[in-house]
Ligand binder design. Structure first.
Ligand SMILES: Nc1nc2c(c(=O)[nH]1)N[C@H]1C(S)=C(S)[C@@H](COP(=O)(O)O)O[C@H]1N2
Ligand SMILES: [Mo]
Length: 235
């Protein structure tokens, strides 16, 4: 590849969301190193089956670990560029974060922001819905869920039932492949009947944890990976 190929640009067959024919639909791009990663795929099939049209058939780009907007659907053109791409969905506040944190709620046109790359660590709880009722007298909960950290792996998941005062480490399974979600599970003791919240927090392979509040505020809310809380009522 020519050394001048430093960035990609991807285009799809869809029209602009407004229907206007003189406006381009989203067309984003990424640094060439991510494009050349062996996990960045051009897909004709999904799990051995045809890709559903809504998900980009007949050809879709998959850029795992990075913002979903880099996984171009109905792909019909890739342009290799000698500078960062400047199409629809690039620049300004689109998929970009402040380099220096700004005051939450502040007006900002994103001129000094940087493109998002790997997504920050997140986790979900799949065993209990927010607001679940648990039978009176129950003294242990079997929890499970999944966690993911973009280009990184998940090193640990911890759970707190006392609003963050104490944390218990869960078991975390290895990822099925480098960019896959990882399942976690574990048993936690319930001290009594009553109101509890299940707080669950993943840590990535670099030691970065989900924060207690969303960090690096930005106008479009990207990267907000704060700890989630599921309320339960025992009894
Ligand atoms: N051609 C095209 N590709 C696109 C988009 C789009 O509007 N047009 N949206 C992007 C965004 S922002 C996301 S989050 C994902 C959503 O993919 P999904 O519908 O398969 O979940 O597609 C991406 N690829
Ligand atoms: Mo998106």
């Amino acid at each position: 590849m020519a050394p001048s190929a430093v960035f990609t640009a991807h285009f799809g067959a869809d029209p602009h969301l407004s229907g206007a024919t003189d406006r381009a639909a989203i067309n984003r791009g990424m640094p060439i190193a991510k494009a050349m990663d062996e996990d960045t795929l051009l897909c004709f099939r999904m799990n051995g089956q045809a890709i559903p049209h809504i998900h980009g058939a007949p050809l879709r780009l998959i850029t795992p670990g990075w913002p979903g907007s880099l996984s171009q659907k109905w792909l019909n053109r890739i342009w290799l560029r000698d500078k960062p791409h400047d199409g629809a969905g690039m620049g300004g506040t689109s998929y970009r974060l402040p380099r220096t944190p700004i005051v939450p709620g502040a007006e900002n046109n994103g001129a000094g922001f940087m493109d998002m790359a790997s997504m920050p660590v997140r986790s979900i709880l799949s065993s209990h819905a927010h607001g679940a009722r648990i039978a009176a007298g129950t003294r242990a909960l079997d929890l499970r869920g999944a966690a993911w950290a973009g280009d990184e792996t998940v090193r640990a998941v911890h759970v707190s039932l006392d609003f963050g005062a104490t944390w218990q480490e869960m078991a975390v399974a290895a990822p099925a492949n480098r960019h896959a979600w990882q399942r976690w599970s574990g048993r936690v003791a319930l001290p009594s009947d009553g109101y509890f919240e299940i707080w669950y927090r993943a840590t990535d392979s670099q030691g970065r944890m989900q924060p207690h509040a969303a960090a690096n505020w930005n106008p479009q809310g990207y990267g907000a990976n704060a700890i989630s809380r599921a309320a339960i009522l025992v009894g």
